[in-house]
Design a protein. Structure first.
Lengths: 216, 409
């Protein structure tokens, strides 16, 4: 499987956010997208997921446009607070699939069963994020688009999410990750920095002062 | 498939939220009902304060003019609404008017009687109201002054005319008897009108009695204000959920449709239950005060609920912040309700304001429900309500689309 993002362009009104974003990734690879606040990282992910329409450019998977292969995890939690975790999951999974995933699939890896009957408003931030990921990856996506999935989470929770990412990658998936976390940057195979609407590949050399300078 | 599940979960959400929302709704309705009862019992429309004081100044010493005034005060239907107070002079009347002791005054010029008797009609009764007084009192003053002027002139013309005929034809011995008899006939026939006061003043209310009118108005105000109680339904909506639904093929229209259906269900329950309960309470404590039936009112409220729901959707889509959305809604609904006649019948507002009030969503709703309950033609307000509902939902859809598709981070 091959992901090709080529010459993506997007403007909000007169403000050009992305003007020439291109990169590629193959099965089992993870890509980190970096950039300052408002640089267009989340916009790029939304375009890849098919939520937003690019003004120009293409997102191809094996040479075809197919938004259905993407599992998109937005920055916030796409959950209904008044309902239980099980209710929220029931929006995205049919009954049999939900049972199966809880027993042996992604929902088991994310440890969701322990709070299945709890209303979302009573869950911790980490639990909500795990549940969000669980909801977003329904339908067996081939490419995961994660928008700051571990922001403000504790180490145990991060570990569970990394565990799931590794499992996903080992099954031949592709992960595109928007992050500000140094550890996550280190984890990824490749790293791109968005600056002035364009992306450049950052060669990981451990010099994070240089990286921070790029994002200003 | 996901769209159908989303609808099911929205219904589940509203049922969960209803446990907390319904008591708030009942509390809101109780507050409105208490306010309405207090207003009707102790407000400016209460019996003891209801009469409007109108001064009469000038040549009031004439016996027949005095008789005319007495007749109006004693026998005319306006006696339930107006106190005519004889003033010593127009200057005194003006002072009383400026001090707010009277709502306006009539000035009967010197020589007025002679002018009437000899058919010159060159002296006119003038009535004075302030320009600012274009509300309830002003409207009543205009009408009542005209009534008084017409009745006094009619009775004088008749009495003096008859006396002239008697004198010219040698009937002086029966002068007093005939005069008294004519006065009684005048009182009986000329002054026993009911139509004018009932239609224009007591019949304030689009074909409904006063209490019926206010019951309908409070029900409508409550329905429009219910968005405050329903706010938790809107607070926890997240852009992320909308975006994810979009990604899975559930477009903005389907999202709004599912949420709207669920919200309307809540609005129906939260509107109907307090109306049924309060109507029953009214019947127990104030028998025969309300003449409208719940069977007529509830079906008439259905399009109002659809309209109010669309209105709430639009407001909460525009104003996302919790406190702001509640404040905006309270102020907007109160202002719209006031203009449309929820507090004072719009008939008493200046024509331009009343026209605006009638064309607002609240005005259309009031007219529709009143027409439905009084079983008159309700086509025009119905069209207005349908247009507003479609407009509000259409705007909600546009804003939702912009929010989800143009969500810049």
């Amino acid at each position: 499987m091959k992901l090709e993002v080529s010459r993506i362009k997007k403007a909000y009104g007169k403000r050009l956010i992305l003007q020439d974003i291109s990169f590629e990734a193959a099965s089992g690879q993870s890509v980190a997208i970096l950039g300052g606040n408002g640089s267009g990282k989340s916009t790029l992910l939304s375009i890849m997921a098919g939520v937003l329409r690019a003004d120009d450019g293409k997102v191809l998977v094996d040479g075809k446009q197919d938004p259905a292969v993407f599992g998109y995890v937005p920055q916030g939690n796409p959950l209904m607070e008044e309902l239980t975790a099980a209710d929220n999951l029931s929006l995205w999974y049919d009954k049999q699939t939900l049972e199966r995933e809880l027993e042996e699939g992604v929902l088991r890896i994310l440890g969701i069963r322990e709070f299945l009957k709890t209303p979302v408003r009573k869950l911790s931030g980490g639990m909500k994020k795990r549940l969000s990921i669980g909801c977003c990856v329904s339908g067996n996506p081939k490419i995961l688009l994660l928008d700051e999935p571990t922001a403000a989470l504790d180490l145990a929770c991060k570990d569970q999410i990394y565990g799931y990412m590794n499992s996903f990658l080992s099954q031949g998936g592709i992960v595109v990750l928007v992050t500000h976390d140094i550890h996550e940057i280190e984890m990824c195979d490749r790293c791109y920095v968005i600056q002035n609407g364009k992306n450049m590949e950052y060669q990981k050399d451990g010099d994070f002062h240089k990286l921070a300078g790029l994002m200003q | 498939m996901i769209g159908r599940r989303y609808l099911r979960l929205q219904l589940k959400r509203i049922i969960r939220l209803a446990v907390g929302i319904i008591p708030t709704a009942i509390l809101l309705f109780a507050c409105l009902a208490i306010a309405a009862v207090l207003y009707l019992n102790y407000g400016p429309n209460a019996d003891k304060c209801e009469k409007i004081k109108i001064g009469i100044a000038g040549d009031t010493q004439d016996s027949y003019l005095g008789m005319g005034i007495l007749a109006i005060q004693s026998f005319d239907d306006t006696r339930y609404l107006v106190d005519f107070i004889e003033m010593d002079s127009s200057k005194k009347a003006q002072e009383a008017f400026l001090n707010g002791e009277i709502a306006g005054y009539l000035v009967i010029p010197d020589g007025f009687i002679d002018s009437v008797v000899y058919g010159r009609n060159d002296e006119k009764i003038t009535y004075v109201v302030s320009k600012e007084q274009k509300g309830l009192a002003g409207m009543l003053m205009d009408d009542l002054s005209k009534i008084a002027e017409a009745l006094i002139i009619c009775s004088q013309n008749a009495v003096y005319g008859m006396q002239e005929i008697l004198i010219e034809n040698g009937g002086e011995e029966n002068y007093n008897n005939y005069t008294n008899e004519l006065n009684l006939k005048l009182i009986d026939q000329v002054l026993s009108r009911t139509q004018l006061a009932e239609v224009k003043i007591l019949g304030i209310s689009l074909g409904l009695g006063t209490m019926d009118y206010y019951f309908v108005a409070v029900s409508l105000l409550f329905c429009f204000l219910l968005g405050i109680c329903g706010a938790p339904f809107f607070w926890n909506r997240r852009n992320d959920l909308g975006m994810l639904l979009r990604q899975r093929g559930v477009r903005s229209f389907s999202q709004i449709f599912s949420e709207y259906i669920a919200y309307i269900l809540f609005l129906l329950i939260a509107t109907y239950i307090p109306i049924i309960v309060s109507k029953r309470i009214f019947e127990i404590f104030f028998p025969r005060v309300l003449t409208i039936s719940v069977g007529d009112l509830l079906p008439a409220m259905l399009p109002v609920v659809l309209l109010a729901g669309a209105f709430h959707f639009l407001l909460f889509e525009i104003v996302q912040q919790t406190i702001s959305s509640i404040l905006v809604q309270s102020v907007l609904v109160t202002a719209m309700g006031y203009l449309s006649g929820f507090m004072f019948p719009a008939y008493f507002f200046p024509e331009r304001l009343a026209e605006i009030g009638r064309k607002l969503p609240t005005g259309c709703a009031l007219r529709y429900v009143s027409d439905s309950v009084s079983k008159t033609d309700r086509f025009a307000p119905m069209i207005g309500m349908v247009c507003y509902t479609i407009l509000f939902l259409g705007m909600t859809l546009i804003i939702r689309k912009r929010r989800l598709c143009g969500d810049e981070r």
